[in-house]
Design a protein around this ligand. Structure first.
Ligand SMILES: Cc1cc2nc3c(=O)[nH]c(=O)nc-3n(C[C@H](O)[C@H](O)[C@H](O)COP(=O)(O)O)c2cc1C
Length: 184
């Protein structure tokens, strides 16, 4: 199984990264190959609704930092999106990525893949509901199966690291990712 994690936090040592690193450690111990990407290190142009991706090769005509992200979304069996909650939604860089999913609505290349979420939020799970709902609908539109959302109360940069339930939540998500592989 191959897992690609896309991190939409500008903090390179922040809570999203902490959760993602912990998940990578856990999955690697189980022999699962993981790749991790920081969206803020990639220049992602906004979707301009040119609709070119609806025709011919059904690919985005923009050649930017998304190219490698597209390749890795297609490489992975499980896609994990980690974003801090900003105003009850995903970070702006994450929303740029979501809008660039547009070709996959046409070419269905993500169809049948599975997806999970990593969501640190200052207020915890109560502020994650709209983001979870948005991603669930996106996954459904793309024919992807939603596994689980790991929502964690964390505000300061090292809060996730100190969170008493981080290991428990990560173990739980890692098991869900693996269990579904066994049941296939
Ligand atoms: C612009 C902005 C908006 C935020 N809005 C929310 C919010 O609506 N609800 C919430 O619980 N936390 C909110 N937060 C707090 C972050 O979700 C929290 O600090 C998170 O742990 C940051 O994750 P990171 O360290 O991976 O960047 C906001 C933070 C910023 C910078």
């Amino acid at each position: 199984m191959r897992v690609a994690i896309f991190i939409g936090s500008p903090r390179l040592n922040g809570n999203t990264v902490t959760i993602a690193n912990s998940l990578v450690n856990k999955l690697s111990q189980k022999g699962i190959e993981c790749r991790q990407f920081s969206l803020y290190k990639h220049k992602i142009e906004p979707c301009i609704d040119c609709r070119e991706c609806k025709t011919d090769a059904m690919e985005c005509t923009k050649k930017d930092g998304m190219t490698v992200l597209y390749q890795n979304m297609e490489w992975a069996d499980v896609l994990v999106f980690g974003t801090p909650i900003y105003w009850f939604g995903p970070s702006a860089q994450t929303k740029l990525l979501i809008d660039r999913f547009r070709p996959y609505f046409a070419n269905k290349k993500l169809y049948g893949k599975r997806a999970a979420l990593l969501l640190p939020a200052g207020s915890g799970a109560e502020d994650c509901d709209m983001t979870i709902e948005q991603f669930k609908r996106v996954f459904k539109a793309l024919g992807m199966d939603f596994i689980h959302a790991l929502a964690l109360q964390a505000y300061d940069e090292d809060d996730a690291l100190k969170h008493p339930e981080l290991d428990y939540f990560v173990d739980d998500l890692a098991s869900r990712i693996c269990e579904e592989e066994l049941s296939e």
